[in-house]
Design a protein around this ligand. Structure first.
Ligand code: UDP
Length: 244
């Protein structure tokens, strides 16, 4: 099954985690630079006020439902999704796959040195993993050509772009024709987690669909961003009522 579910204008793939992973692997074998984005309620709300961003999300080969709010939203709209597919989990599965299949990954994003630490930690865990290169995510627009050159010179198969939304999606979209990578993913704060600077929620929170609550407890300063979740749920309910 591979139908897309439209949630407030953003087309989300209705695929299980395993099917998403299989499709992602097959995209590495095609010639063009395929894009995978991982919208959560906050990203969908951003796209509601930014048509360019909405179109960019909808041009991806895969958009996974990253947050449990997206899964609930689909349920409310009576177009249920198979399951949540967290970008971080997809990235973890691709790292495991890349280390076995000899594919290389470029880590782009986060504060200086974070991507290097993430690379070290990942190689400690997967000794055969090839990290093609790293680049921090704080740069001026005029540095973009040099960053593209660095990524292309590295011969990476996969690009993890971790610049936060909508910066990472826009950067990938605007530069996809110049990039030689086969697959580019927008993965938010994933490098901070791989580097060990930010902890992912314990499994029990993830199982109970409370990862968002754990993150809020750990980083109360994110309250403003978390308000996107109730706003998203209300907007979904309203859109259902008015039938759009
Ligand atoms: N970031 C970046 N460049 C920027 C702004 C942000 O590389 O210009 C990084 C930031 O350091 C962090 C990530 O992008 O590592 C965004 O993390 P956030 O927690 O916002 O992402 P989420 O996972 O919530 O989407």
């Amino acid at each position: 099954m591979n139908n897309k579910i439209n949630i407030l204008g953003v087309n989300i793939d209705n695929l299980s985690f395993n099917d998403t992973f299989e499709k992602a692997k097959s995209l590495i074998e095609t010639n063009e630079t395929d894009m995978i984005f991982t919208p959560n309620p906050e990203i969908i709300m951003l796209a509601r006020n930014d048509e360019t961003f909405e179109n960019i999300l909808n041009s991806a080969s895969i958009c996974t439902p990253d947050g449990i709010g997206v899964v609930y939203g689909a349920k409310i709209l009576k177009t249920p999704l198979v399951e949540r597919v967290a970008g971080f989990d997809l990235a973890t599965a691709l790292i495991e796959y890349a280390s076995q299949a000899g594919k290389s990954i470029f880590l782009f994003g986060a504060a200086p040195n974070i991507a290097d630490t993430a690379a070290e930690k990942l190689i400690e865990k997967h000794s055969t993993l090839k990290i093609a290169g790293t680049r921090n995510g704080y740069f001026k627009d005029e540095e973009t050509p040099e960053i593209i050159e660095q990524i292309n010179q590295s011969n990476a198969d996969i690009l993890f772009a971790c610049l936060g939304a909508p910066k990472q999606e826009k950067w990938i979209y605007e530069n996809r024709d110049k990039l030689n990578v086969k697959l580019a993913l927008g993965l938010g704060g994933a490098l901070d987690v791989f580097a060990g600077n930010v902890k992912r929620a314990p499994k029990i929170f993830i199982k109970l669909n409370l990862e968002w609550f754990y993150r809020l407890l750990k980083q109360p300063s994110r309250i403003g961003r978390f308000m996107a979740l109730p706003k998203f749920m209300i907007t979904v309910m309203r859109s259902k009522k008015i039938g759009r």
